[in-house]
Design a protein around this ligand. Structure first.
Ligand code: SF4
Ligand code: SF4
Ligand code: FES
Length: 555
């Protein structure tokens, strides 16, 4: 009797042909796909290049490799045991598999192990929605636990620093936070204490997590163990809409995301830019949006009817047109009676390049203001990581436009001239010199024309003949030039408050009353015009700045 026919053995997959690798490169295969990477690249990074996600907790591209979470285990051909992708260097001809049954079952096991002591906090956890335990449970977990014993308990809601709260039960001991403090901020406040299941992260006695970059530990904590106190329970993260922008807290210009919900910025987090801030930002910048909501905003234009405000006389609400007409009339009267030397302007290096450009062309050109002064705002010293003592984002932009460097002496001279009656009219954009103690309110009240454009109610506004509300940070688009000479776009994340307009719009409308004819419909029209006039910006366009900015010529 004839033997039954045997099924033909499955054909072995054809070997993948490796592309040629240049000097300093290696070629390998990940999940059947060839890739060439520089020598020293890890298997996890090589997979990332192909768009293959190898799940991981402890690995972070800005920190050293710890290799402790084991979530990134992969199969490497001819190596009997699974290898951690984050610490295995890609080698020539390596064959890596990231989705075999062995890898999948190991990931299931790691997830079950990481969760045995984890509390069921998701409904009340600030990290919910951006937590890797949630994400990986859904993608790589089995959906059930065999652990029936009592979980190990740790302190919850423990302030570990001035702005960071620690929940010991949620921590998976990946040590990212410890490595950040050791390697990036170099402040070394955190350590891993105890052993085994009782191991716990903590700050060394007498050294709370108070370094100026502490918020980055919250960003890199892959779970909800470290939370940012100012943001806790403000908004569920799935309601937030991120807008890529630039921090205005100092002259560095860190790239950030502005997270907004319900017409308000709730959170600022760093956005990777290797040229500027890598993965990090400082705590001052992280909280810089709070200034928008900390003081009463100027919501609508105000005008005074009398040319010289009597002390305490209230300014009344007006339309923007009425306030601009009044401002133009008073400024014209000063130049015709006393000449252009009797007029000056104070403009802020916190304004965008477009604001400053119109301040120069409208105030300096059409209105005839003889001097424009940019006040300095310095605090502390530059540090070795990101923070600059110049707390304005655009002093370099002001210099590029020919407005000069921030000038404290210029303000002193201006104050003297006001007191001596040599100065009769002043326009102030984006500054509160009275509140900052740079000019006296009484002296300003002696002026015949005081026009103020600003975001907040202030003692300077109190003294103004005409005040116009300006949109603030995150409320309009524009460009800042960092101290290092990088032109970057700050973007609008929320609508301007009340009847506020971007300062360049207010200046454009004032300019109309002095014969300005250009349309300037949007910030990009202005930037492109500036770029065509300023040699250092030659070749740049608003669009070409993209999300990461561009270096100016000679930077
Ligand atoms: S607190 Fe967060 S970052 Fe620090 S070890 Fe625990 S899980 Fe990792
Ligand atoms: S270093 Fe400067 S630009 Fe960067 S986040 Fe801090 S304040 Fe903002
Ligand atoms: S990411 Fe590789 S061991 Fe944690």
């Amino acid at each position: 009797m004839a033997e039954p026919a045997q099924p033909a053995p499955a054909a072995a997959p054809a070997p993948v042909e490796l592309p040629p690798a240049g000097p300093g490169e290696v070629a390998l295969v990940v999940d059947g796909r060839p890739v060439v990477v520089p020598k020293g690249t890890t298997v996890l990074q090589a997979a990332e290049r192909l768009g293959i996600v190898v799940p991981h907790y402890c690995y972070h591209p800005g920190l050293s490799i710890a290799g402790n979470c084991r979530m990134c285990l992969v199969e490497v051909e001819k190596t009997p045991k699974l290898q951690i992708g984050c610490a295995t260097t890609a080698a020539q001809g390596m064959i890596v598999r990231t989705t075999t049954p062995r890898v999948t079952s190991t990931r299931n096991g790691i997830m079950e192990f990481l969760l045995i002591n984890h509390p069921l906090d998701c409904p009340i956890c600030d990290q919910a929605g951006e937590c890797r335990l949630q994400q990986y449970s859904a993608e790589y977990g089995t959906g059930e636990s065999r652990f029936v014993e009592e979980k190990i308990h740790h302190d919850k809601r423990q302030p570990i620093g001035a702005r960071v709260t620690f929940d010991g039960e949620r921590c998976i001991k990946c040590t990212r936070c410890i490595r950040f403090c050791d390697e990036v901020s170099k402040t070394g406040e955190l350590g891993l204490f105890e052993r085994g299941g009782h191991a716990i992260i903590g700050a060394f006695p007498g050294r709370p997590l108070d370094n100026p970059y502490s918020g980055n530990t919250v960003d890199i904590c892959p779970v909800g163990a470290l939370t940012w106190r100012p943001f806790r329970f403000r908004a569920r993260v799935w309601f937030l809409k991120d807008t890529p922008s630039v921090c205005a807290g100092c002259a560095r210009g860190c790239n950030v995301n502005l997270a907004a919900y319900d017409g308000r910025i709730h959170r600022i987090t760093p956005r990777f830019n290797e040229e500027v801030n890598s993965y990090w930002m400082c705590d001052i910048g992280r909280q810089s949006h709070e200034a928008l909501y900390a003081r009463a905003r100027l919501e609508r234009p105000l005008v005074r009817q009398a040319p010289t405000p009597a002390a305490g006389a209230p300014a009344g609400p007006a339309t923007a047109g009425e306030a601009l007409d009044r401002a133009a009339g008073l400024l014209r009267a000063v130049t015709s009676r006393f000449g252009p030397d009797a007029l000056a302007a104070v403009v802020s290096a916190r304004l965008t390049l477009e604001d400053l450009y119109l301040a120069k062309t409208v105030l300096g050109g059409l209105v005839g203001v003889s001097r424009l002064i940019v006040p300095p705002h310095e605090e502390g010293e530059d540090d070795d990581l990101l923070i600059r003592k110049d707390r304005t984002p655009n002093a370099r932009g002001a210099e590029l436009l020919g407005l000069g460097a921030p000038d404290a002496q210029g303000l002193v001279r201006l104050s003297d001239d006001v007191r001596a009656g040599r100065l009769r009219g002043l326009v102030i954009v984006g500054e509160d010199p009275v509140g900052d103690g740079l000019l006296g309110e009484e002296a300003l009240r002696s002026l015949e024309a005081l026009v103020v454009v600003d975001s907040w109610k202030s003692p300077t506004i109190q003294a103004a003949h005409a005040a116009l509300p300006a949109a603030g940070y995150g409320e309009y688009d524009g460009v800042y030039v960092s101290f290092a000479g990088r032109a970057q776009r700050a973007r609008q994340a929320v609508r301007p408050h009340g009847l506020a307009d971007p300062p360049w719009v207010v200046l454009r409308e004032l300019g109309r009353r002095f014969g300005l004819s250009q349309a300037y419909a949007q910030a990009s029209d202005l930037f492109d015009e500036v770029a065509s006039h300023v040699p250092a910006l030659a070749g740049l366009s608003y669009r070409s700045l993209g999300d990461g900015g561009r270096s100016i010529a000679g930077a």
